[in-house]
Design a protein around this ligand. Structure first.
Ligand SMILES: NC(=O)c1ccc[n+]([C@@H]2O[C@H](COP(=O)([O-])OP(=O)(O)OC[C@H]3O[C@@H](n4cnc5c(N)ncnc54)[C@H](O)[C@@H]3O)[C@@H](O)[C@H]2O)c1
Ligand SMILES: N[C@@H](CCO)C(=O)O
Length: 362
């Protein structure tokens, strides 16, 4: 059976949840998917780095609280993350990048992805920075090195929006996308609608693992701005930069505004959209909107998100599902690994994917 060795860059909510999936359901997944997964390296800003080319024993790491994990002193461990060395030199097949999203220039995640691709390693990432800000260049780099870069989790966590557009809507002309694309802000708006305090709702979203490391990115619309860029670039063939996407967040909406809207049968939602103009250009924006209760997006509640594709032959096709969450986003990484396997299982390049003796698996 083929086996893929993984290097996890960033060991916060998402990559820990991926490690949990591998530790708890690895055998079941191998039976179902036809390949095994093994973690050979982990790096994290706070915990340091840990390398074991024979496979890291994940159970003790997962039994340690996130804030308490320190790799220094463990065999193969170091207090320093040593990202570049790990990404370039440790013999892994796939690099899973899940460090902080930097909406300004995407770094250092852009470099993490570039190092991996240059080293001939596939990349799966949930990090919106590299995809939104440097996606075109990184995809070209991947092609040049005969590897894949997959990023389903960059939009709507594990809900398959990008792959639906790429694989299931091909042949249609997509003229625009519109949706609720931030779990945190949607959760906050709902909680304030229920009477909670705004700041308390932000804290709840952080505790539930929905929010960015700096939740300003959620509340002020930077996160949706990046997602709109990704959708516009991937689905509408645009090449948008942040300054091309008008952005307004939800911080200007008061509890009073929310109550007034409810009294009028309206619901405040943070809506992102990208629309193809008749001259071929794309208009894109992020802004709060008070939607009538019967609007298809008005009922999308809590961390649930939705993206509606406007198409020529089918009219509007909407994909809805979790927009945030640790395990939901770890599933996005798993779906990326499945996509890499499906694309490369028979490649010569994939011969770096190790073959595990059948005998080991019965
Ligand atoms: N949590 C979600 O619901 C969700 C959904 C979709 C996408 N994402 C994206 O996935 C990524 C990870 O999200 P998360 O919820 O796990 O975040 P997190 O803040 O829980 O974890 C990020 C981890 O990366 C580490 N890190 C940061 N910079 C690093 C660096 N330079 N080198 C090594 N480690 C570094 C941090 O120490 C932290 O442990 C983010 O980019 C986020 O935007 C998250
Ligand atoms: N912070 C983001 C994570 C998913 O990208 C959200 O709340 O939607």
């Amino acid at each position: 059976m083929r086996r893929y060795d993984l290097a996890l860059i960033g060991f916060g909510g998402v990559n820990r949840a991926l490690a949990e999936l591998i530790a708890e359901r690895g055998d079941e997944l191998a039976d179902e998917l036809g390949f095994a997964l093994r973690v050979v390296a982990i790096t994290d800003l706070r915990a340091g780095s840990l390398v074991d080319v024979e496979g890291i024993d994940l159970a003790p790491l997962l039994a340690t609280g996130p804030g308490e994990l320190a790799f220094a002193g463990m065999e193969g461990g170091n207090a320093d993350p040593r990202n570049e060395w790990v990404i370039r030199e440790v013999p892994a097949d796939i690099v899973a990048e899940a460090t902080f999203t930097n909406p300004a220039d995407g770094e250092p995640a852009v470099s993490h992805v570039r190092w991996a691709l240059e080293a001939g390693k596939h990349v799966c990432t949930t990090n919106k920075g590299p995809v939104a800000l440097r996606g075109r260049e990184l995809k070209e780099l991947a092609v040049r090195h005969g590897v894949s870069i997959e990023f389903e989790g960059a939009v709507l966590s594990g809900t398959p929006v990008l792959r639906t557009a790429e694989r299931l809507l091909s042949g249609l002309r997509i003229t625009g996308v519109e949706g609720i694309m931030n779990g945190t802000s949607n959760f906050i708006l709902g909680r304030v609608e229920d009477g909670a305090d705004f700041e308390a709702a932000v804290k709840e979203a952080q505790d539930l693992g929905y929010a960015e490391a700096d939740p300003t990115a959620d509340v002020e619309g930077h996160d949706v701005q990046l997602k709109v860029m990704i959708l516009a670039n991937e689905v509408l063939g645009a090449d948008l930069r942040p300054e091309d996407v008008f952005r307004e967040g939800i911080s200007g909406i008061t509890a009073e505004d929310i109550k007034d809207a409810v009294d009028k049968g309206l619901r405040w939602k943070l809506v992102g959209s990208a629309t193809r103009r008749s001259d071929g250009g794309v208009d894109a924006r992020v802004a709060p909107m008070a939607l009538p209760a019967d609007h298809p997006l008005a009922g999308i509640a809590g961390p649930l998100n939705a993206v509606a594709f406007r198409t020529d032959l089918l009219g509007t096709v909407t994909v809805s599902g979790p927009g945030a969450g640790r395990i939901e986003t770890a599933y996005a990484l798993l779906s990326d690994i499945i996509a890499i396997h499906q694309r490369h299982a028979n490649d010569a390049a994939a011969s770096s994917g190790h073959v595990v003796e059948e005998a080991l698996h019965g």
